[in-house]
Design a protein around this ligand. Structure first.
Ligand SMILES: Nc1ncnc2c1ncn2[C@@H]1O[C@H](COP(=O)(O)OP(=O)(O)OP(=O)(O)O)[C@@H](O)[C@H]1O
Ligand SMILES: [Mg+2]
Length: 236
């Protein structure tokens, strides 16, 4: 654990792919394998989060981490795409394809962490599996409300947006919306954008099916308590 010191030899960093809030990403090649290289921004906790998540199923782990020209680099396998781009494939497959990812989310929570940014752009297709990626704003539970970071507005809970102390139900809220998108291809809050998404008062998007709405209503009242229980309720 801790900062990386090994130099990454045999790594070619090629074109800029994404300039995100938590770092920059490039396409590249590592030992003849197509990869995506993420250089985390200043103060990013992504490396630590991924170190703590070692061995968790259903998440995208780096192939290797190390230094590239003195910068910390996380090297991931190149995914085929994300759930936005491949939502047709997800609808054809059904919910069973997300079982391992849900096990992973429960394990993240069992290790005392929150992902905080579960949405279709962070669910990637790698080797015929759906994996949860992007630990850019993951935090240990109980330490989440101070820096003002929050997940993608459309998929974040009101609790997270109001910076109330977060817990695993906030991740599960985002998971329910993400699984609804996977099943239907419909975005939650389709009529809201930007600031209206941020300042909304309603907790449950009108687009959700009755079953998805019921899970959200029951959260915190003895309802679904894990990602796997959500998956099994939705699969009945
Ligand atoms: N290994 C990968 N292979 C292919 N595409 C990827 C990979 N990792 C990420 N992407 C694509 O790049 C986008 C951004 O990646 P990621 O979410 O990890 O970065 P980020 O800096 O946190 O961005 P953002 O702030 O926009 O969430 C993803 O939504 C996904 O579409
Ligand atoms: Mg992301």
């Amino acid at each position: 654990m801790g900062p990386v010191k090994n130099e990454l030899k045999d790594l070619s960093v090629n074109t800029l792919m994404h300039d995100g809030e938590n770092g920059t990403m490039f396409n590249g090649v590592y030992h003849e394998l197509d990869v995506v290289i993420k250089f985390p921004g200043q103060g990013s906790t992504e490396l630590e989060a991924l170190q703590r998540m070692r061995g968790v199923p259903g998440i995208l782990h780096p192939l290797v981490t190390g230094l590239w020209h003195s910068k910390t680099a996380l090297v991931f396998p190149l995914a085929m795409g994300d759930l936005y781009g491949l939502s047709g494939a997800a609808q054809a497959e059904g919910l069973g394809a997300f079982r391992s990812m849900c096990e992973g989310i429960d394990e993240i929570h069992a290790r005392g962490w929150l992902h905080r940014d579960i949405h279709p752009g962070n669910v990637l297709r790698v080797n015929n599996e759906w994996l949860l990626s992007d630990f850019g704003i993951a935090r240990p539970m109980g330490k989440t409300s101070r820096d003002g970071s929050h997940g993608l507005l459309r998929f974040a809970s009101l609790n997270q947006l109001k910076s109330v102390k977060e817990n695993q139900e906030d991740d599960l809220y985002s998971l329910v919306l993400t699984l609804h998108f996977a099943l239907t291809g419909k975005l939650p809050w389709k009529d809201l954008h930007g600031v209206t998404l941020f300042s909304r008062k309603q907790e449950i998007p009108p687009e959700l099916s009755p079953r998805h709405r019921k899970i959200l209503r029951q959260m915190g009242h003895g309802g679904a308590v894990s990602a796997l229980s959500i998956l099994s309720i939705l699969s009945q």
